[in-house]
Ligand binder design. Structure first.
Ligand SMILES: Nc1ncnc2c1ncn2[C@@H]1O[C@H](COP(=O)(O)OP(=O)(O)OP(=O)(O)O)[C@@H](O)[C@H]1O
Ligand SMILES: [Mg+2]
Length: 456
């Protein structure tokens, strides 16, 4: 395994770094430019140089950084929480070097598997999205799905992809002889019959029960039970689920025998369950049973970089076997200016409406947009510089960030978005940013700070 390293040690000497990590199976190297891959920040104080480095690493999309805290001969080392807030994903102490190196190796090995899965076509073609916020959730989902059989609660607004995420978790789940995914939509559960839908029933349990029938808990045995819209479960029924969720034991309606079942439980909701608990609409004892690992799927407005890649994904899926058409500039602008209250489902519907109007073989043009979709805004050069933009700048000024850094950060973000939008194609990204290819290459190289550390 390989990891880059960088020392921020204000004069403190670190002995045998390469040897210690080599014994743990890790080859350390000086970071490449632009920075990529996992790495180590070796630190003994949280100075501005370290803060800038971590910020730029984050902008370059590098999220796997472990801080190694050197034993400080003065006071305490950099505060763990400040380091985590600044973007490192863990902080380890260097007081027992071999043990620390093994701990790093274990993390690198796991990340390698997670990152391979995240970039696999199975995952990429299912949950589309390369924005930092989407990737962060995806990495966590994949890790929980693959390495554990934990109960998972998926939260997020309508249309953000919760059901898709539940299906992905089931498909990545590594249980041997895994059973099926059983989906139960809690909004459609009829309180009078619901016992039967969940628990099954014995013959003659109620009028019309002419044969015995398995319910969702039996059908999900060995597999995954997905309780969709769990927040809509009638209160009376919530209490009935406590035992089976905790002990995986249930009785059929009209029966006296306990049956065992074994399933992974995934629940989804677009409601704020904690608020519902406060208002007496959701049982807290059920909440703490279903809230094993919690993931919030972000709304589309928090991942605007994903709008065009998602739109392209949907044109591809609506184009059957033929090559999907591109969007011309006006259409791209329309996608970006629009709000998506229904999130990704909303965007998918918009693409479907456009594709029904599209004819010919050229790009999708403004005429393909249904009239009600044509932006009233647009072509106003200041339109993009709205209150969201102002909020970020206000925040930077409040933190004492200078004009030069604000400008540089805005440019770095623009470059990152354009390059991601064009799937890494620098030529197309340069055209989008209206700069030359050479200027973009130079800017990419300049993202790294000039100061370099040598190993002491
Ligand atoms: N990341 C994504 N990549 C590709 N398609 C997506 C993505 N997220 C959602 N979709 C698509 O958007 C639509 C809505 O997704 P899904 O049904 O999973 O959302 P949801 O969060 O369960 O919504 P609701 O709360 O309304 O049930 C589906 O057609 C799904 O295929
Ligand atoms: Mg759903």
């Amino acid at each position: 395994m390989r990891a880059w390293f960088r020392i921020f040690s204000a004069g403190q000497v670190v002995h045998n770094l390469h040897d210690v990590f080599h014994r743990a199976g890790i080859d350390l190297y000086t970071p490449d430019e632009p920075l990529s891959g996992p790495g180590l920040a070796i630190v003994n104080e949280f100075d501005p140089r370290l803060r800038n480095f971590l910020q730029e690493a984050r902008q370059a999309g590098v999220v796997r950084i472990i801080a190694i805290n050197l034993p400080a001969d003065h006071a305490s080392g950099p505060a763990t929480w400040s380091l985590l807030r600044a973007g490192v994903c863990d902080v380890l102490n260097w007081d027992r070097p071999d043990q620390t190196a093994c701990a790093v190796a274990a993390r690198l090995a796991r990340w390698q598997i997670v990152d391979t899965l995240v970039t696999s076509s199975e995952v990429q073609n299912t949950l589309v999205g390369q924005s930092p916020v989407a990737l962060s959730v995806l990495r966590q989902l994949v890790e929980a799905a693959y390495f554990t059989d934990s109960t998972i609660l998926l939260m997020g607004e309508s249309g953000t992809g919760k059901e898709l995420a539940a299906r992905l978790i089931h498909s990545l789940d590594q249980r041997a002889n895994k059973g099926d995914l059983v989906v139960l939509d809690c909004t459609t559960v009829v309180p009078e019959l619901s016992g039967s839908e969940f628990f099954g029933h014995e013959r003659g349990a109620f009028t019309g029960a002419v044969t015995a029938r398995d319910g969702a808990f039996a059908l999900a045995n060995g597999g995954t039970l997905f309780l969709d819209e769990v927040g809509d479960l009638p209160l009376g029924l919530q209490g009935q689920l406590l035992r089976v969720i905790q002990e995986r034991c249930y009785k059929r309606v009209g029966g006296n025998t306990w049956h065992r079942t074994d399933f992974r439980l995934i629940c989804a909701t677009n409601r704020d369950l904690r608020q519902d608990i406060g208002q007496g609409r959701f049982r807290s004892d059920l909440y703490y049973r279903i809230a094993g690992d919690l993931f919030t799927i972000p709304p589309l407005r928090r991942r605007a970089e994903d709008i065009l890649p998602l739109a392209r994904h949907f044109t591809r899926s609506f184009s059957a076997d033929s090559e999907p058409p591109e969007f011309d500039e006006a259409v791209r602008e329309c996608f970006m200016l629009r709000d998506y209250p229904g999130n990704i489902r909303d965007l998918k519907q918009l693409v479907a409406r456009i594709m029904r109007r599209y004819v010919g073989s050229g790009p999708i043009t403004a005429g393909c947009l249904p009239e009600e979709e044509r932006p009233e805004r647009g072509e106003d050069p200041l339109e993009w510089c709205n209150e969201d933009f102002e909020r970020c700048i206000r925040c930077a000024i409040a933190r004492g960030i200078g004009l030069k850094d604000i400008g540089r950060t805005a440019e770095n973000v623009a470059v990152r978005i354009a390059v991601a939008d064009e799937q890494g194609n620098l030529q197309r990204a340069a055209a989008r940013l209206r700069v030359t290819d050479r200027a973009l290459q130079l800017r990419q190289a300049a993202v790294r700070p000039p100061d370099r550390q040598t190993l002491l």
